[in-house]
Design a binder for this molecule. Structure first.
Ligand code: RP5
Length: 168
């Protein structure tokens, strides 16, 4: 008799990015989620080079079990906005630092969404990716008290690590 496997649910956080070249930035979101004990899955999904992959991902993201989407892109950074247009999951946009314009192009492309389709836009680069990880965890912690406790501990550890004096 064939074994019937239970349907596999996705981890709560999807990290999508326009190119493999975005991973050195976006891995900071993944590392932050790891630190907070939140599972994630990362995929390269380009709004321009793989539009069908973007369509398939965004339309199926909720049914797949994802709860939050972190989307990073650089330059003409249409990925977060296009993903947001096709899912009602919260989309956190990370502007990746571009070579030509240092990420100002990415930031403006992501942040200037028309009313009705929000993308929660973070800072350019590593800080934005790290904060996207924290923000995703904060969203999930609204319905997960254990995770909320880990977030509190994370903040306390961060505060304790900031010394008041400039010398040891
Ligand atoms: C965007 O173009 C990507 O998000 C990336 O930041 C940028 C450059 O991509 P590559 O030419 O490095 O693949 O779509």
């Amino acid at each position: 008799m064939a074994t019937v496997l239970p349907p596999q649910s996705s981890p709560p956080v999807a990290i999508i990015m326009g190119s493999r070249s975005d991973w050195p930035t976006m891995k900071h979101a993944a590392e932050t989620l790891d630190r907070l004990g939140v599972a994630w899955e990362a995929k390269v999904v380009s709004a321009h080079r793989t539009p069908q992959r973007l369509y398939d991902f965004a339309n199926g993201a909720k049914a797949a079990g994802f709860k939050v989407v972190i989307a990073g892109a650089g330059g003409a950074a249409h990925l977060p906005g296009m993903a947001a247009s096709m899912t009602d999951l919260p989309v956190l946009g990370v502007p990746v630092q571009s070579k030509a314009l240092s990420g100002l192009d990415s930031l403006l492309s992501i942040v200037q969404m028309p009313g009705g389709i929000p993308v929660a836009t973070l800072a350019i680069g590593e800080a934005g990716a790290k904060n996207a990880g924290i923000l995703a965890a904060q969203i999930l912690a609204l319905s997960d008290e254990t995770l909320a406790g880990r977030l509190t501990a994370f903040r306390e550890a961060q505060t304790e690590a900031v010394h008041e004096t400039v010398e040891d």
